[in-house]
Structures are given as C-alpha cells and as structure tokens.
Design a protein around this ligand. Structure first.
Ligand SMILES: [Zn+2]
Length: 272
C-alpha cells in the first residue's frame, strides 16, 4: 500500500496546482510564476497555508489574513484529485515497466487537462482553447508513438476494440473523428442548446486517447451521469433549459471506464 498512498498524497498537491491553473485561466493571471494569493484580500500565502487539506483544517476554513471563508471547493478538488491519481495508479501501474510508465504519464496529463477544463466549465460554461491545444499536442504525440510501435496502448474494456477492421494504430484516430462527428451532428440538430461546440472539441481530444469501444463506454457513462444531474436540477428548480456543463461528466465518464469498463463488459465478451 506504500506506493498507492504516495500517489494519493502527490494527487492532493497536484489538485491544489490544477485548481490554481483553472482559477488563473479565469482571471487571466500568470500561470506559473506567481505566488498563490488569497482571492479575497490578495495576501500572498506562506507555505504553511498551502498544505492540501491540512491547511484548510488548521485555518478552520478561513483566510489567516482577512478571515474570509475559504471555499470548500479547494479541499474537495484536492481530495478528488488524490482519489483519481490513486485510481489511475491502480489501473496503470507506472512502476511495472517503461511502457506502463509512459502510458501512465499520457493518461495523467489527459486527466489533468480535462480536470482543469471541467473546473473552468463549472464556472464559465466555456471550454478553454489553450488547454485543448495542449491536450491535442499530447494526443498527437501519443498516437505517433503508437504508430511507430514505441508504445503499446491499453484496453479499458472488452467491447469491439478487437472487432474493428482498422489496424490498432488507427483506432484512436477513428474514435476522435467518429465520436466528435456524432456530437457535432447533435450540436447542429439541437442548435447548440444541449451541447456547446467546446464539448465537441473536447470529445475529439479525448478520442485520441481511447479505442472506439472504450470511447463509446465513456460517452454512455458521461451522458448517463449528466442526465441524472439534469433530472436533479429539473426537480430542484422546476424549470427546463438550465445549462449543464458537460466536461465534468466527460471526466467522470473516463474515471468510470477505468473502474467499471472491464467488469461490465467481461461477461459479454465471455459468451463468445
Ligand atoms: Zn484573505
């Protein structure tokens, strides 16, 4: 249990970093070369105020300088990031060999990028193009490495990843194009009411990392969770047409694939 816990703790710090990036995308501040500040009084935070979770507990959820309440969002994103890094470690153990290490790194960057997009989407209902371009570049490098057989991609479920008439190195490209086309069609038909164009671009980028069978499961999971949330909002607010940020559900869709992908499709595959 030593390494999984180590990755969980690293995830807590990483979550705090990602939260900062999402916040600075929104405010337009410098990304990397700026000390963390209290969003309320602008006081520069000292290292002891920056320890994930613990600082929040010791400061009793208040800024040391101005006593303004710190949003629960900070400790929650830290714990959540700790959890998804932990799950990713259990799914793709980077310590097995160099191939697993590289694959872990690619999915770690993908999930980090989508996580920032999700936080940003929750606040603004927009998808940030700078993060998308970053993920696009990572996705292209991933596929180039697969093409030159420097990397053997993993399967996260057992459904039709094996049955498509494509060589394995084209499957991710096929995912990216086919699923973003579906969503684009849906976007056109609903005239952007149900889905933004940013969601279409995000699906393209995610598709670069998954085979078609895995990608279809991601979409099933994310639409299912998204509709549950939609129903919840409908009951709570009693009105239609409340915008729902979709990127957070795509993130949860990927995590659900990691956890349930093989369990849910194993029996199906076993019949044959
Ligand atoms: Zn303050």
């Amino acid at each position: 249990m030593f390494y999984p816990i180590l990755f969980f703790i690293f995830g807590l710090f990483w979550g705090s970093f990602l939260n900062n990036i999402a916040y600075r995308l929104k405010t337009g501040e410098d990304f990397f070369f700026l000390r963390s500040k209290c969003p309320s009084c602008q006081a520069v935070l000292s290292p002891k105020e920056l320890i994930p979770i613990l600082s929040f507990i010791f400061l009793k959820g208040k800024c040391l300088h101005c006593q303004t309440k710190i949003s629960l969002r900070y400790p929650l994103t830290e714990i959540f990031t700790g959890l998804w890094v932990f799950i990713l470690y259990l799914k793709i153990n980077p310590l097995i060999n160099f191939n697993f290490f590289l694959i872990f790194l690619f999915y770690f960057l993908l999930l980090s990028g989508i996580f920032v997009l999700a936080l940003y989407d929750l606040d603004t209902f927009l998808v940030d193009d700078r993060i998308l371009v970053f993920l696009l570049v990572i996705g292209i490098i991933f596929n180039v490495l697969i093409y030159f057989q420097k990397l053997s991609p993993l399967d996260f479920s057992y459904i039709f990843n094996y049955f498509l008439p494509f060589p394995f190195y084209l499957q991710n490209l096929f995912s990216a194009f086919i699923f973003s086309s579906f969503l684009f069609l849906f976007y056109l038909l609903t005239k952007g009411e149900g889905l933004g164009f940013g969601d279409v671009k995000t699906i393209f980028v995610i598709g670069l990392f998954f085979k078609p069978g895995d990608m279809s499961l991601i979409l099933v999971f994310s639409s299912f969770l998204g509709s549950l949330y939609g129903i919840y909002l409908l009951i709570k607010n009693k009105k239609f047409k409340i915008p729902i940020p979709f990127v957070p559900f795509m993130f949860l869709g990927i995590i659900s694939l990691f956890i349930f992908g093989k369990i849910l499709t194993f029996n199906f595959f076993n019949i044959y």
